[in-house]
Write a protein that binds this ligand. Structure first.
Ligand code: BES
Ligand code: ZN
Length: 458
């Protein structure tokens, strides 16, 4: 069913304001990873809380050991109505390298129908479109077909360290019938998508210490273990030539998705060459026996995110470095857990570390993978609302990225989670020139307003 006339007219009449308001939020550099932005991050939390109050929700800011959690509430629905929790994050990734942005990251600009700014799609635009969808109902009808909790956190981009604890200790506040999240992308332009899986994450730092200080590579080279070489050797043991991860036990808990799931993945409109072009890599590479989408959605990974050792400046310097460091992260799939992977990683690194260096493994953060069956009235309503807003049948997709809290919602609150994203392939999330399509920002609002109407009808 098309969106009700009153809601549609409201969106049309308030389109520019909805955009201007989002721009205000995008101007706040709420970079959660950087302490010099702590005041900005707090300001973004205030801004989000006020935007909830402005549409008729009550909003509370809950301080944490890190960045605050904002909870908005509207609980005046008819008796027997459902309670829906909408989750999003107001923190963003660092904008660096700044010189690669075509316009400044915190001065939102529209070009080619795209809103360019850090956080436009991940996740401020997608969080705010939900607030605007609620506004449309409250402003036109004075009511909502369900009770609503909006949970906006400021630490998603740094691993949601304080959120699990917050959820566990605020079960009364957060009890709900379902959770809805927009923090992902559609599978293709114009093709609305519902997510059925996310990978988890186990993130490590590996430090290798050799001599007490840097040494002359002539006077000492060959007589002590070189930490950079030691680290390279350790890292080289993590995969075999076919792209399988060679850490003993790594695949023990990996659930087989079965032939049906693999058939469904194969049926999606996907082109390896197009995907390769998007990456700019000379060719694709991955675990033998799996297609690209299978590799990204249903198989775990072990990746080096960063490496540091020795002399990297101009020209040559003959030096034997004292230490070396690698950031290594594993994307996890059901039923792997970050804790088990940490044990396996530690045991493996210990067993392959060469003599003559001290190797330490530190876990930085982790999150569980998630996969769900998309059954029930919420998912049916979402399919109808997306079809109406985009004039296209939605597809069910997987995702290689992580949203750590999704597994917690399911585990602690026991509720189904609907993940419906309005980003697009190539949106440059976490990279320079991040963008969100203006069209998806506006259709996303309509789809969500339609979802609440569908839910009220069900
Ligand atoms: N919006 C992303 C999650 C995501 C990534 C969805 C890719 C769809 C595709 C989220 O903000 C994010 O970046 N998550 C981090 C989590 C990590 C810091 C624990 C990620 O996946 O790296
Ligand atoms: Zn992100």
């Amino acid at each position: 069913m098309p969106l009700a006339k009153d809601l549609e007219s409201y969106f049309a009449a308030n389109q520019n304001r909805a955009r201007d308001e989002l721009f205000d939020l995008l101007r706040i550099p709420s970079v959660s990873a950087r302490s010099e932005h702590n005041a900005d991050t707090a300001r973004a939390a205030d801004w989000v809380a006020n935007s909830m109050r402005a549409i008729g929700l009550t909003a509370t800011i809950h301080p944490t050991k890190g960045h605050p959690i904002v909870v908005g509430e509207w609980r005046q629905a008819k008796p027997g109505a459902q309670t829906v929790l909408i989750y999003g994050h107001y923190d963003v990734q660092p904008a660096e390298p700044l010189e690669l942005w075509d316009s400044p990251p915190f001065e939102p600009t529209i070009r080619d129908g795209k809103i360019f700014a850090r956080g436009s799609v991940d996740d401020k635009g997608q969080l705010y479109l939900h607030i605007k969808a609620l506004e449309a109902h409250l402003a036109t009808r004075g009511t909502l077909p369900m009770n609503v909790i909006v949970l906006a956190e400021g630490e998603e981009e740094v691993g949601s360290e304080n959120l699990e604890q917050f959820i566990a200790s605020h079960e009364d506040l957060l009890t709900c019938d379902s959770v809805v999240i927009s923090d992902s992308a559609m599978f293709a332009p114009g093709l609305p998508s519902i997510l059925s899986s996310l990978r988890g994450l186990a993130y490590f730092e590996i430090n290798v210490q050799g001599p007490a200080g840097d040494l002359h590579s002539g006077s000492y080279g060959g007589a002590v273990m070189n930490p950079a070489m030691a680290l390279a050797r350790i890292l080289a043991t993590m995969h075999d030539a076919d792209g399988h991860i060679a850490i003993p036990g790594f695949y023990d808990k990996v659930r087989d998705w079965g032939a049906k799931a693999r058939d469904e993945i194969r049926a999606l409109p996907f082109d390896d060459e197009h995907f390769r072009e998007e990456t700019g890599s000379p060719s694709l590479f991955g675990e033998k026996g799996y297609s690209t989408l299978e590799r990204v959605w249903m198989r775990p990974t072990c990746e080096v995110n960063g490496l540091l050792s020795g002399y990297t400046g101009e020209g040559a310097k003959t030096v034997l470095p004292a230490k070396a460091m690698a950031k290594v992260s594993c994307r996890l799939v059901p039923d792997q857990t970050p804790d088990e992977i940490e044990k396996l990683m530690r045991a493996h690194v210990a067993s392959v570390s060469p003599p003559g260096v001290q190797v330490t493994v530190t876990q930085l953060h982790g999150g569980r993978p998630w996969r769900a069956d998309l059954d029930g009235p919420l998912f049916d309503a979402a399919r109808r609302a997306l079809r109406a807003a985009f004039d296209k049948e939605p597809v069910v997709t997987g995702e290689g990225g992580s949203i750590p809290v999704v597994g917690d919602f399911q585990r602690i609150l026991g509720t189904p989670v609907l993940l419906v994203g309005f980003g697009l392939p190539g949106e440059n999330a976490h990279a320079p020139n991040e963008w969100m399509s203006v069209e998806n920002y506006e259709k996303g609002m309509r789809a969500m307003a339609g979802l609440w109407e569908e839910l009220g009808r069900a």
